[in-house]
Design a protein. Structure first.
Length: 279
């Protein structure tokens, strides 16, 4: 059972529940579902949602009685530094989509999660919407690993201690005909999430060596490639990523990673990062 220390903390937990992929795909969440996700009393959740709806931070659908993030929340989010970064990244994401013909994302690390702040959808993408604003477990996503690999070993150890046991978020599923088993293209078997700090450090060292991260753990049948984005201080602040179906990517996983890495390097240089390497 979680300990809820303040009204603000409780409100934020409700808002975070409404930012999950499930809320986007289902057209919002009902009181019972939000209570289930947060582990709190339905009556309490109902009161919180009513208060948030009165402020415009969440909207309530009168027909379905489901709640979703509201217009005021969107207005405030457009004034954040993430929104500014997303604007700067748009042209580089567009170049990447044109190169690989796959949907591209820009994500930032927020505690134990990665937050998608910008998505450019490829013309023939299976999933057409619902990415922006989604929180995902950082440890199993290519974007999360790409960002975390930019930390020092001591910072990674601290992150692991604080977030390795975070409550898992739902794994996304997409409607693919006969979706295949997630496959690690190098070992030809399913890759499992790291179970120890030692395993996790080894994964991140591989990211550092390659310049990009590969993951098949986030979505069934999808290979994700991500690379770090650095600012003018050469600090990793975000990641660019692309996801492709296992069937479509075949044995070209490394090529996908290299394309993503190139896009991340070019965006980093746009931001003033002192990067030396192919762009």
């Amino acid at each position: 059972m979680r300990t809820h220390s303040s009204g603000l903390t409780r409100d934020l937990e409700v808002i975070e529940a409404l930012s999950l992929a499930e809320s986007f795909t289902q057209g919002g969440l009902g009181v019972n579902r939000v209570a289930e996700i947060t582990g709190r009393d339905k009556g309490q959740i109902s009161r919180v949602l009513s208060t948030l709806a009165a402020t415009g931070l969440v909207d309530r659908d009168a027909k379905t009685k489901r709640y979703a993030l509201g217009h005021r929340f969107y207005s405030l989010s457009m004034r954040t530094r993430e929104a500014h970064l997303a604007l700067q990244a748009e042209s580089r994401l567009a170049e990447l989509v044109a190169q690989v013909q796959e949907t591209a994302h820009l994500s930032v690390l927020r505690g134990g999660r990665v937050l998608t702040v910008k998505t450019l959808v490829a013309a023939d993408a299976v999933r057409r919407s619902g990415w922006d604003g989604i929180l995902s477990n950082a440890g199993i996503t290519a974007s999360g690993r790409a960002i975390l690999a930019g930390l020092t070993d001591s910072e990674i150890e601290l992150w692991w201690q604080e977030h390795a046991l975070d409550d898992p978020l739902p794994i996304l599923t997409i409607d693919l005909p006969n979706p295949p088993e997630p496959i690690n293209p190098k070992t030809k078997r399913a890759r499992r999430p790291a179970r120890s700090l030692k395993q996790f450090m080894a994964m991140l060292q591989e990211v550092r060596d390659l310049g990009y991260a590969i993951s098949d753990e986030f979505q069934s049948g999808i290979i994700d490639a991500a690379a770090p984005v650095r600012d003018s201080s050469n600090v990793v602040i975000a990641a660019i990523s692309v996801g492709a179906s296992v069937d479509r990517i075949g044995d070209q996983t490394d090529q996908l990673g290299q394309f993503v890495s190139g896009a991340a390097i070019r965006l980093s240089m746009d931001l003033g990062a002192p990067i030396v390497g192919p762009a």
